[in-house]
Design a protein around this ligand. Structure first.
Ligand SMILES: N[C@@H](CCC(=O)N[C@@H](CS)C(=O)NCC(=O)O)C(=O)O
Length: 342
């Protein structure tokens, strides 16, 4: 006798055979239309975290998050420079994306259920797997977060950091006093002046602050405890799926390029490759760009102009003293894994 599951499976197979999957014409995207009409992508970025998003003295923005926006500009316009940036604090960032002030939020933002649902966002992937940590002055001779009993701790509002901090201390029955300050610069000033015993944020943020905002980086230590999961990644407004597709696959293309050995320096020499994965990637076959309503050379343009994920990491994040670690490709012992670009 056939079980119900077998009957259902047979029916599904029969249905699939009778109705071949049809490719759909790219749906319209209000965001893509607006971006094209305007001539640039408006990117909601950090502004003060070196390695992730910050303008230099000449006003040129760099960072791992900035590269997510540059990749989208390369995909849409064939020109990674067609981006303008809005510097956003933690508290400003969600309103900026919800209201349409920016097209992409690429600002060391943790993908959580509540943000993905009740804030009306769509996270499109992860560009940095992070976790929350603590930084203290070396002179305090503290070796573990568990020794922070009675400490005052500087923290930024509107972040996952605030909640994790409370959870961790409650779970470990440690008392602490939060000092909540909106601006990063003022947090750092308060920490350096001794108003807080510790500063807490994502470990990448701590490394960035230590490297670029402290007079003597070696005077500060990041404690070994990592108290949360902070998968950071770009997001878009909920409801414009075609735009989400473009941003999602622009990020994925950078990771896929690294996986298949394509970089900004070798991609031109691979344009006539007979490797089917490379042919598809550079747009010689497959028509992947057209499926999203953009140029078939979208991924070529990303890699040529922005680089693969590893190149972006080395350029932006390695100088902060952060190792590749879990952000290595899955083929290299990390967890950076994207669905196939095909
Ligand atoms: N990943 C966390 C924290 C992100 C965050 O805002 N970190 C701070 C500390 S590094 C920051 O970027 N501050 C920069 C600013 O506010 O200008 C989140 O999404 O809530």
């Amino acid at each position: 006798m056939k079980t119900m599951a077998t009957v259902l499976a047979t029916a599904v197979v029969a249905f699939a055979a009778a109705v071949p999957a049809q490719a759909q014409a790219p749906a319209s995207s209000p965001t893509l239309d607006a971006v094209k009409a305007r001539g640039f992508v408006q990117c909601g970025a950090n502004g003060s975290v070196a390695g992730f998003g910050m303008p230099n003295a000449q006003g040129v923005w760099t960072g791992l998050d900035v590269d997510s926006c540059r990749a989208v500009a390369a995909a849409v316009f064939g020109d990674a420079t067609k981006v303008r940036y809005t510097a956003l604090t933690a508290q400003q960032r969600f309103t900026a994306i919800q209201s349409g002030e920016v097209d992409i939020l690429a600002r060391n933002t943790t993908w959580t259920l509540s943000r993905d649902t009740s804030l009306g966002l769509d996270f499109v992937g992860v560009n940095f797997y992070d976790g929350q940590g603590f930084m203290v002055k070396k002179s305090a001779n503290i070796k573990s977060a568990k020794e922070l009993n009675g400490a005052t701790i500087c923290v930024q509002p509107g972040t996952t950091t605030e909640l994790n901090l409370a959870d961790y201390f409650r779970a470990n029955r440690i008392r602490f006093t939060p000092v909540v300050i909106e601006r990063l610069e003022e947090n750092i000033a308060a920490y350096l002046a001794g108003r807080c015993d510790a500063f807490t944020t994502d470990v990448s943020g701590l490394a960035s602050v230590r490297a670029s905002n402290t007079p003597v980086p070696a005077d500060h230590v990041i404690l070994p405890e990592v108290i949360s999961k902070e998968p950071l990644g770009p997001s878009v407004r909920h409801g414009d799926q075609r735009w989400a597709d473009i941003v999602r696959w622009s990020l994925a293309a950078m990771v896929e390029a690294e996986e298949i050995g394509l970089s900004s320096t070798n991609i031109d020499s691979q344009l006539n490759s007979t490797n089917p994965a490379i042919q598809r990637f550079v747009g010689a076959t497959g028509g992947l760009g057209a499926m999203m309503g953009i140029d078939n050379k979208w991924a070529y343009n990303i890699v040529k102009q922005v680089g693969n994920y590893g190149e972006s990491f080395t350029r932006n994040v390695t100088p902060l003293g952060i190792e590749r670690g879990v952000n290595n490709l899955w083929t290299n012992g990390g967890i950076m894994y994207v669905p196939p670009v095909r």
